[in-house]
Design a binder for this molecule. Structure first.
Ligand code: GLN
Length: 527
């Protein structure tokens, strides 16, 4: 069978959930097909690793160490696969390749042009992935909105692909917006018509239109969109506003999307949503409710902690509990009374010094009052600092990232990291194995001796202080295979006080919540 392609584009506005739509389509078709997601991003950064989370949301990290768009989080969570760096194609990467080829003389004196040279690089990249991975289906999501200058070359490339792969092997799905304006109370098709027109001007004629809407699309609006946009009526699908993104595959199934795709692409892979629906039902009918405080500095933009939020959603679905996340901004933290009304505390990852003293104070309170505490990356480092200061008597202990002249650099850059100079390359990135100590909480949560989690950080617990800290009772429950790097810590005797240098949230799945989160929430539930 030839490889099939689904191209997902978006119109009208950004933020309609193209990534989730693409991931949900993948989920529905994944029972019998090997699916590879590819995301094209129009920006000129080579990857989002250097972008501020305020601008681009969370930086997602893959096993292979790539820093990629946060949509890869959705792909992995909905498809249960491990994605690769190559599947995120940015315009920055494309231009880098074109310029390298030009400098090498690959173009043999030709004038290097957007078409065909840039579009050829885009297409070759996609075809290489198809050759390497031998999938049944590639789902390509084009970031941004049709009409954005920065996406034109991607759109042109996927338009040309029809001829390369054969028209019977590719379909185009366009996600638009169907507003129901206040007072008018009627579903409106004009934005969709205009957006599809923009797409058609680029030579792309959508096969399926998904209209994001607060209601199921009526038969009338489907007929109207069908006639104005020249797609069959059954191929106009509702992309319903939902509180729980995991409902999207269920909505698409109800709208018969898998059937339509099967017909158009001649592939067959019946969806099986039984387990998935059970989990959604659990989330919908919680048996109990807890409050978890997320103490960070990007709390104004919840997208920067997207994977953590999803990890909690996975716990909710399995434990049937509602988790109210309370966002605590720790910069200039004056009032810590929220602690009295919280069932658990999370200190997530972060960079720089802003807000760290507030977090250290919160960790002290969590430890002293025996409130379940989960530290992630920076959260581990700050828990070690708090312990060093208040239990080991190392007053002024700190991380050299926060206070370069600290008398006790309990968190420091290790020599092997220090020598790397290029920004973005100095970090420990990607999956690393750790060995867990038998008899510890962390070992009991994972149930295995060796685990692999993903990392994204520069600093480590300073080996010079390992014994001082361990002697006072902090347990290093997981270390790197050579024992030099501390990967997990815990304080025995408390309900739950554990942290990891890794980001276990990156590997949490709807069907398999991350053990650290699962254990933490279970502890929060035991009031
Ligand atoms: N800033 C810390 C470091 O670089 C922690 C990073 C993180 O939390 N992701 O080591």
């Amino acid at each position: 069978m030839s490889v099939k392609y689904i191209i997902v584009t978006g119109g009208v506005l950004s933020g309609l959930g193209k990534g989730i739509a693409a991931a949900a389509i993948g989920h529905l078709l994944s029972s019998r097909l090997k699916i590879i997601p590819v995301k094209c991003d129009g920006y000129l950064n080579v990857d989002p690793g250097t972008m501020n989370p305020f601008e681009h949301g969370e930086v997602f990290v893959l096993d292979d160490g790539a820093e990629v768009d946060m949509d890869f989080g959705h792909y992995e969570r909905f498809l249960g696969i491990t994605c690769k760096s190559k599947w995120n194609l940015t315009m920055g990467k494309v231009f880098q390749t074109v310029r390298d080829k030009e400098r090498r003389g690959d173009y043999l004196g030709k004038t290097v042009q957007y078409i065909p040279h840039v579009t050829d690089v885009i297409k070759s990249h996609v075809f290489e992935i198809a050759e390497e991975e031998t999938p049944d289906l590639v789902i390509i999501e084009i970031g941004g909105t049709v009409g954005d200058i920065e996406n034109e070359l991607f759109l042109e490339a996927v338009r040309q692909m029809k001829e390369d792969v054969g028209r019977e092997n590719i379909i185009y799905i366009h996600l638009t917006y169907v507003p129901v304006p206040y007072g008018v109370n009627e579903q409106k098709s004009k934005p969709t018509q205009q957006s599809v027109n923009l797409l058609k001007q680029r030579g792309i004629f959508p096969d399926i239109i998904i209209g994001r809407c607060s209601q199921f699309l009526t038969r009338e609006i489907k007929a109207k969109i069908s006639s104005f946009c020249d797609v069959s009526q059954d191929a106009v699908i509702t992309g319903l506003d939902v509180d729980d993104i995991y409902e999207i595959p269920v909505v698409f199934e109800r709208e018969n999307l898998p059937e339509i795709i099967h017909k158009k692409l001649n592939i067959y892979s019946p969806p099986d949503l039984r387990k998935w629906k059970e989990l959604i039902e659990n989330t919908r009918n919680p048996k109990n409710e807890i409050t978890v405080s997320m103490c960070g500095k990007y709390t104004r933009l919840e997208d920067s902690y997207a994977s953590i939020v999803e990890s909690f959603n996975h716990c909710s679905a399995h434990l049937g509990c509602k988790i109210n996340l309370k966002w605590i901004e720790t910069t200039d933290l004056q009032d810590t009374s929220f602690i009295d009304n919280t069932d658990g505390i999370v200190v997530p990852g972060g960079f720089g010094s802003r807000g760290t003293e507030g977090k250290i104070e919160i960790i002290r309170l969590a430890r002293e009052r025996n409130i379940p505490f989960l530290g992630l990356c920076l959260g581990l480092q700050l828990a070690v600092i708090e312990f060093a200061r208040n239990i080991c008597g190392l007053s002024g202990a700190n991380s050299t990232e926060i206070e370069p002249d600290t008398p006790y650099p309990v968190i420091d850059i290790l020599p092997e990291q220090r020598n790397i100079s290029e920004k973005g390359a100095t970090m420990r990135l990607g999956a690393y194995p750790a060995v867990l100590k038998k008899g510890t909480l962390v070992h009991s949560l994972y149930g295995t001796e060796e685990v692999s989690e993903r990392h994204r950080h520069r600093y480590e617990v300073n080996p010079d202080y390992h014994s001082v800290i361990a002697d006072k009772g902090m347990v290093f429950s997981g270390t790197s295979l050579d024992g030099r790097l501390v990967e997990f810590i815990e304080l025995p005797g408390l309900k739950f006080f554990a942290a990891t240098q890794a980001h276990p949230e990156l590997k949490s799945r709807m069907e398999k919540p991350a053990p650290m989160f699962f254990g933490f929430i279970r502890a929060c539930l035991q009031k």
